[in-house]
Design a protein around this ligand. Structure first.
Ligand SMILES: NC(=O)C1=CN([C@@H]2O[C@H](COP(=O)(O)OP(=O)(O)OC[C@H]3O[C@@H](n4cnc5c(N)ncnc54)[C@H](OP(=O)(O)O)[C@@H]3O)[C@@H](O)[C@H]2O)C=CC1
Ligand SMILES: O=CC(=O)O
Length: 330
């Protein structure tokens, strides 16, 4: 008998066929995100589930006694309750590597869009205002090339951002992570910095860390005060890495000059969030990895992790905090 799995988000025909070769599956066919109560019901007799950032709680795990693996089609896994997963012996997998270049492209598109005010001036032209401006200096932005970029988080994606910054735009790069990366310093000519110094020196501060208890509200009132008033914040990590209230205040007071945000504390962002009214803020609907090619690669990787999880118990991309479960099993 094939193992039973549940697909809690839509997948391509190719991915569905692959899963069908190895598993009996049911799938969510409703509109939008699967409701949590439906997910719980479906997992009562499932051995594996493919999700995209679904909330994995102790309550859900208690009602899923046969569950062996939760395969997330995303690299971040802050939606997993890791302690509960350890207690229930449920593996969690994610999709590292396949999205790195795409997310780095998106980070840079936010850098360029905020620095050169692309969305704001695009609207200006489309509204027929070109020619009606008092002075063409009204269109001026700030240079990206040869500026200083501070990257907070120097993992898989951080390195791809560095390559673009150093080789493409000849920027100076400071970075912060839990551990220094001497091999990257040598390869790209970048320097490790504590967060305070990075914030003081950078023209662009790019966040690309996981959301954890340590990085929750890493950027708050004090950190915005430490930044240059000409600096731009880019958040491609998770909304809650930034204290959004403090960010709004910093922008209102002119403590920083702009922000490019792919992620928010509440998603979808509320239409009355003040950030949406600010010309100096460029906003996107959490699309870091959202290209046809990369999303297809992520889903196939997630499917492979799911199938391996329920058939061999040893999927490739087990999140690091749960790798101890593999050692216990072997
Ligand atoms: N906007 C979007 O659509 C996307 C967002 N993301 C987000 O980006 C995150 C990073 O992805 P990825 O590069 O693959 O992850 P990695 O695990 O490869 O890298 C994470 C980096 O963050 C550093 N870090 C962790 N905690 C801290 C801390 N407290 N202070 C400073 N640095 C810290 C790590 O340090 P060390 O090296 O020392 O361990 C590491 O350098 C994901 O977790 C996800 O939340 C990812 C993809 C798309
Ligand atoms: O936010 C996206 C991810 O892959 O993590």
């Amino acid at each position: 008998m094939k193992p039973k799995v549940y697909l809690a988000r839509p997948v391509s025909k190719e991915v569905e066929a692959y899963i069908g070769e190895h598993c009996d599956y049911r799938k969510w066919e409703g509109k939008g995100k699967i409701p949590q109560d439906v997910l719980m019901e479906e997992l009562k007799d499932a051995e594996g589930v493919l999700v995209q950032n679904a909330s994995v709680t102790n309550e859900l795990l208690e009602q899923a006694p046969k569950l062996k693996v939760i395969s997330n089609s995303a690299v971040g896994y802050d939606s997993f309750d890791l302690e509960a997963m350890k207690q229930h012996g449920v593996l969690g997998t994610h999709t590292p590597f396949v999205l790195d270049e795409t997310v780095a492209d998106l980070a840079f598109s936010l850098v360029l869009a905020t620095a050169r005010r692309v969305p704001e001036l695009n609207n200006f032209v489309k509204q027929g205002k070109w020619g009606k401006q008092k002075d063409s200096r009204q269109f001026f932005g700030t240079d990206v090339h040869h500026a200083t970029m501070g990257i907070v988080g120097m993992g898989r994606i951080g390195e791809k951002i560095v390559r673009r910054a150093r080789l493409g735009f000849e920027m100076e790069v400071l970075y912060n992570s839990r551990t220094p990366k001497p091999e990257l310093e040598e390869k790209y000519g970048i320097a490790y910095s504590d967060l305070e110094n990075l914030l003081e020196k950078s023209d662009f501060v790019v966040l690309i860390v996981p959301l954890t208890p340590e990085t929750h509200h890493l950027m708050g009132e004090e950190q915005f005060k430490a930044m240059k008033d000409s600096a731009i914040l880019i958040n491609c990590a998770r909304g809650a890495v930034v204290d959004e209230k403090a960010l709004i205040e910093a922008l209102e007071k002119g403590e920083i000059s702009g922000a490019g945000l792919d992620v928010f504390e509440q998603e979808p962002v509320s239409p009355d969030n003040p950030l949406l009214q600010m010309d100096q803020v460029v906003v996107l609907p959490h699309i870091g990895s959202a290209t046809e090619q990369t999303r297809a690669a992520m889903l196939m990787k997630a499917a492979e992790n799911l199938v391996a999880g329920v058939t061999t118990g040893v999927p490739e991309n087990v999140v690091k905090e749960l790798q101890g479960l593999l050692e216990t099993e072997s």
